[in-house]
Design a protein around this ligand. Structure first.
Ligand SMILES: C[S@@+](CC[C@H](N)C(=O)[O-])C[C@H]1O[C@@H](n2cnc3c(N)ncnc32)[C@H](O)[C@@H]1O
Length: 213
């Protein structure tokens, strides 16, 4: 059925994409629950953190943390450091804060409702930055990545992860997404770029890079 030029299916897809972009309301809460419990989502977040080589005293930032699975993993590694998280969805900040309540109370995890375009201050330079299935939603990603690079200490690390969730996504979709992330990182001034792949369906690409020292 066509409504005002768009089919019901197109409108439903548009709504789901907008909910992934900024989960809100009851559907947003349910989306967050799904992000937290879908086995492939959990696996990709835990795997991505394992690749970042986080040390106990590190200061780490995650952009677009959703329900906070990777935040919990990061906090489990940066046991004497600080984990910062920024997500522009109130619903996700609430879920992630509940999931990481003890570390938030201990002032080791700091979660802020903000967009990557308007980052709060993090004080001293960061050691590592992570974003999982989030960069695709950012406006002017090269500019955003350049700003993030300037928050990193020299030789600090960044990991950008993509598991394409569009209907019919395949290994080729993941490879294309990985290439796009590499190009963005190069344009933003990062070096030592490498790609790791996790064999899920569809595969997950993690593009790692460094801030030149
Ligand atoms: C598809 S979800 C992924 C959540 C989580 N990283 C995961 O893998 O389960 C994308 C997340 O990025 C956040 N996000 C999207 N655009 C953003 C922006 N411009 N600034 C901050 N957060 C953003 C959304 O609110 C959402 O929580």
């Amino acid at each position: 059925m066509q409504t005002a030029g768009k089919s019901l299916k197109q409108r439903a897809l548009g709504y789901l994409v907008s909910q992934a972009h900024r989960p809100r309301g009851l559907v947003g809460w349910a989306n967050g629950w799904m992000f937290a419990h879908r086995p492939s989502n959990r696996k990709r977040n835990i795997w991505a953190v394992s690749l970042l080589d986080v040390r106990p005293t590190d200061r780490v930032l995650e952009i677009g943390f959703g329900p906070g699975i990777a935040i919990a993993e990061l906090a489990g590694r940066a046991t004497r450091g600080h984990v910062y998280g920024v997500d522009h969805s109130q619903a996700m900040v609430r879920q992630a804060a509940r999931r990481n309540a003890a570390a938030v109370r201990a002032h080791r995890v700091h979660l802020t409702c903000a967009s990557v375009e308007r980052l709060p201050s993090f004080g001293d330079p960061l050691d590592a930055i992570l974003a999982v299935n989030s960069v695709g939603f950012w406006p002017d990603p090269v500019e955003r990545l350049g700003a993030l690079r300037r928050l990193l200490r020299p030789a600090g690390r960044i990991a950008l992860v993509s598991q394409p969730r569009c209907p019919g996504a395949t290994r080729d979709t993941t490879a294309l997404a990985a290439q796009e992330l590499q190009d963005l990182l190069t344009q933003a001034g990062f070096t030592l770029i490498r790609v790791e792949t996790l064999e899920l369906d569809p595969p997950v690409a993690c593009v790692l890079a460094g801030n030149p020292s």
